[in-house]
Structures are given as structure tokens and as C-alpha cells.
Design a protein around this ligand. Structure first.
Ligand SMILES: [Zn+2]
Length: 428
């Protein structure tokens, strides 16, 4: 077991027989395991514990609640306290003055009526959520649960851990700082778990995983020949261009630099999950419909051209953009076209647009302050999110609601995008 990273008491929602919040002693270990025990001493004795492997999970904070009808702090609990206080006050007045009746003046009635309405609404809402099955049997347990509900704060600092198989664990902290501390720590451990997993894959089952991926890429249209010179059976890949090339053209791509072409060996290198996505989605045929759109057959490179000529031609093709497909629309700003193409999930068009874009176009925002990366993350399109990041998308950009792309992916529950963004975070 790894050393403990964070530990403490949290409430956990039990969705089984007794639907209720149960206190748990929760520990987050540095090996990416989260365990919970009923109590501290059971943790110390290592009995009755359960564990969650954070690999393939994401942590999600429930969305902000709708705006309240009343000022902050008007929770059912506050209202109950006020009602109790008023009752006591009335009773005290009655006893001390020995008046025969107690009544409210009109302004007081007007003041309290909306509170009662809000209380009723809130109780009904909660009853529907948590206690609907208990209503048929009004017993002591229900009554205790109901009293517990009344004593709960209205703003619960909850977070959910969701696995890729849709299993979920709902936890609740005592306050916003504690909630944030747990969420940040869990995110860090998900990242650590992913990195550890990637390391193991290379040693343990890297070949098996890669061979399936490689076969898919080789079968993609146009990939039987080099994307540049047409030589058969290319064995090198450009991750961001989504294309395969021969070894001679590969040296031309290396000379371009990683900002233009991220070259990997098809058979030797290990690729982190998600990085092969553009290769599988594009392929040489689509890639050349973007990069060689205006190239005549006489301008095309041949397999027997010299290496120097190949390097020069590759520079013209990708750096000088000599044969690049023109922009499909001139009237719309480039950033706006990019956001639309991302929303449509059109990989070829996104590739064409990013090829024309400067960094400012990639990070252009709409009226809500959202970039194309926000859109990709909301849609759960990790392939386009990765492509945008490679072309300079700013992962720290906040929209008008203060959400980053990572927040958008979390709110939408898109685990693959959350993993991708965490993987691409700068290493500390
Ligand atoms: Zn070639």
C-alpha cells in the first residue's frame, strides 16, 4: 500500500438498503487508491474497508444549484431555527405578559409567508429525492431520517467519483475548503495512477495494446503508402497530422520541429492513450485532402526523389503551406468557424482550420467566453481536444462562468477529456 496522501472523515451516500449519509473514515493513498472504513479504529485494524482504484475514474462536483428565491442563508434549517425561535419567543411573551392570545401584525405575516412557501418546496423536493420509498411506511426510522434532513445544511459540499463503467461514489465534505482539498488531491492521484499505469503497460502488455491500435491505423484509407512520397508500407507516424510516412520523409518531418509534426515510430514507440486518436480519425487520404488540396500531380513528390529534395518539399508543404486547402468561409472569423467545426465533430475541417490558425484564433472565445477547447470538452471529443491542445489551445482559459476546459469536462462527466487534460497539464 502506498503512503497516505490525505485522510479524514467524510459522509458517503449509501444508495443500497438504508438510503442515508454515513460517516466514513476516508484515506487517499499515493498509489492512487482511495479507501473508506466505517470508523478510524477499523481503518487502524484494516477491517471492513472498501477501496476504489482511481485509474479510469473522474471526480465531479455537482453543478451549482439554481439561484435561490431568497437571500443566501435562507435554508430550510435556518427557517426551522427561526420558527423554533419565534415559537419560544411567543411562548415566553405569553407566559410573561399572561396575555390571552398572541398574534402577528400584517408586516410580519408578509415577511414569513414566502419563507414557509420556500420551506415547503424544499422539503417536497428533498422528500422526492431521498425519502419517496420511505413514505409508505411512516416509522421511527423515517422520522429520524427526516429530523436528520432538517438538521442538515442546505448547501452540501458534495463530490462524486465516477468510473468509466458508470459506477459512482458520492461523498460530502463539511465545508468548501475541505471539498476542494479532496477534489484536488483525488485529481492529482488520478493523474499519478494514469502515469503509473502507462509505465506498466510498456513493460507488461504494451505490445498487445499497441498491435490492435496499429492495425486500425494501417487500415485507415490512404495509409498503405507514404503521405508525402507515396512509398509503400510507411512505418513512421505524425501524431498531430494524423498521417503515416516512410523513413526518408520522416527525417523531413523531424526537421520541421514538433510544433509542426510530432513524429513517432509506428512499431517502436509507446503512445499514451488518446494520442493515436487523430491517426485513426484522419489517415493519409484525409490529411492530403487538407495539405495537398492544390497540389497538381506534376508537383507531387515521388518515392525515388532524393532525400534532400524530399526535405525541401516537405518544408514547402507543411511550413510554407504551399498546397493547403483554402479557408472554406472568409466572412466568418476563423475562431468562430473552428468552434462550429468542433461542435460538429468534423475532424477534417478542424484540421484544415487549425492549419490556417494562429494561436489567437485557436483561443478565440464566443459570447460566453468559451474556446473551441471548451466546446470539445463539453462534447466529450477527446480527439479534437488533443488536436487543439497540440495547436496551442490554452487549458487555463476561463469562460464567463469561471469554468476552464477541465471544469467543463468534469461538469459534463466526460472522463476521457478529463484524463486527457490532466495528462497535458504541465508537470510540477
Ligand atoms: Zn515518403
Amino acid at each position: 500500500m502506498g503512503s497516505t496522501f490525505l485522510q479524514g472523515n467524510l459522509s458517503k451516500w449509501s444508495g443500497t438498503l438504508n438510503k442515508e449519509w454515513k460517516k466514513k473514515y476516508v484515506t487517499l493513498c499515493e498509489n492512487g487508491l482511495l479507501t473508506y472504513h466505517p470508523r478510524l479504529n477499523e481503518y487502524m485494524q484494516n477491517v471492513n474497508g472498501k477501496e476504489i482504484d482511481l485509474l479510469s475514474t473522474t471526480v465531479k462536483i455537482p453543478g451549482k444549484r439554481p439561484p435561490r428565491a431568497f437571500s443566501p442563508g435562507t435554508s430550510p434549517r435556518t427557517i426551522i431555527q427561526l420558527v423554533v425561535w419565534m415559537s419560544c419567543d411567543m411562548l415566553t411573551n405569553k407566559m410573561s405578559t399572561n396575555r390571552s392570545s398572541v398574534h402577528f401584525s400584517l408586516p410580519q405575516v408578509e415577511l414569513w409567508f414566502p419563507f414557509f412557501k420556500h420551506l415547503l418546496h424544499s422539503i417536497t423536493r428533498r422528500l422526492r429525492l431521498h425519502y419517496i420509498f420511505e413514505l409508505s411506511k411512516f416509522d421511527v426510522r423515517w422520522f429520524v431520517s427526516f429530523l436528520t434532513f432538517l438538521s442538515e445544511p442546505d448547501d452540501a459540499y458534495e463530490f462524486t467519483i465516477v468510473s468509466l463503467s458508470e459506477e459512482s461514489w458520492l461523498f460530502r465534505a463539511d465545508g468548501p475548503e475541505e471539498q476542494q482539498a479532496w477534489v484536488s488531491a483525488i485529481q492529482a492521484q488520478i493523474l499519478a495512477r494514469l502515469q503509473a499505469s502507462e509505465g506498466n503497460k510498456v513493460k507488461v502488455r504494451g505490445y498487445e495494446t499497441s498491435s490492435v491500435t496499429i492495425q486500425t491505423i494501417i487500415n485507415t484509407p490512404g495509409n498503405s503508402v507514404c503521405v508525402d512520397c507515396g512509398a509503400p508500407n510507411p512505418t513512421w507516424a505524425s501524431l498531430n497530422l494524423g498521417a503515416l510516412m516512410c523513413i526518408e520523409c520522416c527525417s523531413g518531418h523531424r526537421a520541421l520541429g514538433a510544433h509542426l509534426s510530432r513524429v513517432r515510430s509506428l512499431h517502436l514507440d509507446h503512445w499514451p492513450p488518446g494520442q493515436a486518436g487523430i491517426l485513426a480519425a484522419m489517415g493519409n487520404q484525409l490529411a492530403n485532402s487538407v495539405w495537398e488540396a492544390t497540389c497538381s500531380t506534376t508537383d507531387k513528390l515521388c518515392p525515388n526523389t532524393t532525400r534532400q529534395e524530399k526535405e525541401h518539399w516537405i518544408e514547402q508543404k507543411y511550413k510554407d503551406k504551399a498546397y493547403l486547402a483554402p479557408l472554406p468561409q472568409l466572412e466568418l472569423p476563423l475562431g468562430q468557424q473552428l468552434a462550429h467545426a468542433t461542435a460538429d465533430g468534423n475532424v477534417r475541417l478542424v484540421m484544415q482550420l487549425v492549419a490556417h490558425s494562429e494561436r489567437d484564433d485557436i483561443n478565440a472565445t464566443d459570447g460566453e467566453g468559451r474556446t473551441a477547447l471548451h466546446v470539445a470538452c463539453q462534447q466529450g471529443n477527446s480527439v479534437l481536444a488533443q488536436l487543439l491542445i497540440w495547436y496551442g489551445a490554452d487549458m487555463d482559459k476561463h469562460d464567463v462562468h469561471g469554468q476552464t476546459a477541465l471544469n467543463s469536462a468534469q461538469l459534463a462527466g466526460n472522463a476521457s477529456c478529463v484524463h486527457l487534460l490532466l495528462q497535458n497539464q504541465p508537470k510540477p
